[in-house]
Design a protein around this ligand. Structure first.
Ligand code: MN
Length: 497
């Protein structure tokens, strides 16, 4: 109800930990998987007096690439600033960040579901803080500084979203973009991507925004969506009772599934930003790798373009396209296999008819998206780890297409290939799995099945047509899945009539 009377306005601030070898301002290793605390540290990231920071070039380059992919304006020169605040996981007592001159201004990201463009306000570069580890046993708090000084990209959107679904979609799309660029794995569970939500409600038709509330501590897409839904409800109820909304920072509590007031919102001037005196200004347009051309040339095909191309080039469904785009490596694999198949279709002498190409493509897509993806997920593996070469996978598709093996056998062969690699024709030959389409051989087996299964046979003859399925099942069992089920059904029907 409240959702109709009041319109929510949502902006996001998203922090993404960049995938670089070293930290933002020193050469301590940056390794998000390091489990042993306080090993990836040095006097610079620990804020020891007399130490000096140096700028990580690769981190700057990655932010520029994200900016270019979003269609933003890349800075020609920029500088870093100190953002002063005290927190136990911040050894220097300030964070080196950017306020006045972010690396990227503007840009936009389109939501796939609606085509709505969400504008980007800016993208800047800063350093991360360490981690506080609350130890329940000793009732103490420990500090792990491995993450202190890690390169962190901050992206701020314009308040262009109006629902939890739109905010979630934006965050997912940005995550995918970061992965395509190799800028970050942006895994929310690992804290590599952190979403903060700014949300206000205003009466429908009102030109002014309502009072803004910020939500922090969100560590999954689902939590983001729920936190927003909760705030829409909470603020709507308050407004309906003509109560004031307090401008504040609230935290999402996963256990109670509520937002909880944390502190009243500080303003930028509370941080006493000032130019970082230990770093020179960064003049970007004299560095060849940072030129617009070099950055543009370094971009891979981006998700949006890939979706379009996959639909057009391979005539895949929306769903198939979405899954392939999400699993970029599987999509690359698919393209290699399909190129083999199309070449083969062109070589068979019959010419690459549209129908053949379409059927081969669909077979390849289906076996990859159901069977191979299923096996990958079950083993917690990446498409990059698949042992089957695209050539051998294409070979298997050809065998299915030529009906040399049944779909049942194809699944088994694929599972074997997944575990051990190898050529599908070798596996089929070694195991005697070739499809029994030889009618004579199949008829002998069918005779045997009819003799051995008098009950379903009687059922079928008395009009219970469903009994035929159990007889087909028997034939499949006897042939270890090697029979073509359609042929078996037809021969059984004939034998029993
Ligand atoms: Mn920040």
């Amino acid at each position: 109800m409240t959702e109709k009377k009041y319109i929510p306005t949502i902006g996001l601030e998203i922090h993404v930990e960049l995938k670089t070898r070293t930290k933002m301002f020193c050469d301590s290793p940056h390794d998000p998987d390091e489990k042993h605390p306080n090993v990836n540290i040095c006097p610079v990231c620990m804020g020891h007096p007399g130490t000096l920071p140096t700028i990580n070039k690769e981190a700057v380059r990655q932010v520029l690439r994200v900016g270019a992919a979003l269609g933003g304006v890349l800075a020609e020169h920029t500088h870093f600033e100190r953002k002063n605040y005290f927190y136990p996981d911040l050894p220097k007592g300030y964070q080196i960040s950017q306020q006045e001159s972010p690396l990227v201004r503007g840009g936009q990201l389109e939501l796939l579901s609606s085509g709505k463009e969400i504008r980007i306000h800016h993208v800047h570069l800063e350093e991360d803080a360490g981690k506080l580890v609350h130890d329940k046993k000793t009732k103490s708090t420990l500090v792990d500084f491995n993450r202190a000084g890690a390169p962190l990209m901050e992206l701020v959107t314009e308040p262009d979203m109006n629902s939890a679904a739109e905010a979630e979609e934006f965050a997912r799309e940005l995550q995918l973009l970061c992965r395509y660029l190799g800028a970050s794995d942006a895994d929310m569970e690992k804290g590599e991507m952190r979403v903060e939500v700014n949300i206000s409600l205003a009466p429908r038709g009102s030109k002014a925004y309502g009072t803004k509330v910020e939500i922090k501590n969100i560590n999954s897409f689902r939590a983001a969506s729920r936190a927003i839904a909760y705030e829409i409800e909470r603020q709507g109820k308050k407004l309906a009772k003509e109560e004031k909304i307090v401008q504040e920072t609230r935290g999402w509590n996963e256990v109670s599934q509520r937002t909880v007031s944390q502190r009243s919102k500080e303003d930028a001037h509370d941080y006493r930003y000032f130019p970082e005196p230990d770093l020179p200004p960064l003049i970007l347009n004299v560095i060849p790798e940072f030129s617009e051309n070099a950055i543009a040339a370094s971009l891979p095909e981006l998700p949006q373009k890939k979706r379009k191309r996959f639909k057009e080039e391979y005539e895949l469904s929306d769903e198939q396209t979405l899954i392939f785009t999400y699993h970029k490596e599987l999509a690359d694999y698919f393209e290699k296999a399909v190129s083999e198949l199309w070449e083969w279709a062109a070589d068979t002498g019959k010419g690459p008819t549209v129908v053949e190409r379409y059927r081969l493509t669909q077979l390849a897509a289906n076996y990859l998206l159901s069977d191979v993806l299923g096996l990958l997920k079950a083993k917690g593996m990446d498409a990059a780890d698949v042992q089957i070469t695209p050539e051998n996978f294409a070979e298997l598709v050809k065998m299915i297409y030529r009906k040399e093996i049944s779909s049942r056998v194809a699944k088994d062969v694929l599972t074997r290939m997944f575990a051990e690699g190898g050529d599908p024709s070798d596996i089929v030959a070694a195991e005697g799995l070739a499809q029994i389409s030889d009618t004579g051989a199949l008829e002998d087996i069918i005779k045997k099945v009819i003799v051995e299964n008098p009950n379903p046979v009687a059922d079928y003859r008395s009009g219970k047509t469903a009994a035929l399925q159990s007889l087909v099942g028997q034939v499949m069992r006897q042939t270890r899945g090697g029979a073509d089920p359609e042929a078996a059904r037809e021969l059984l029907r004939r034998a029993l009539s």
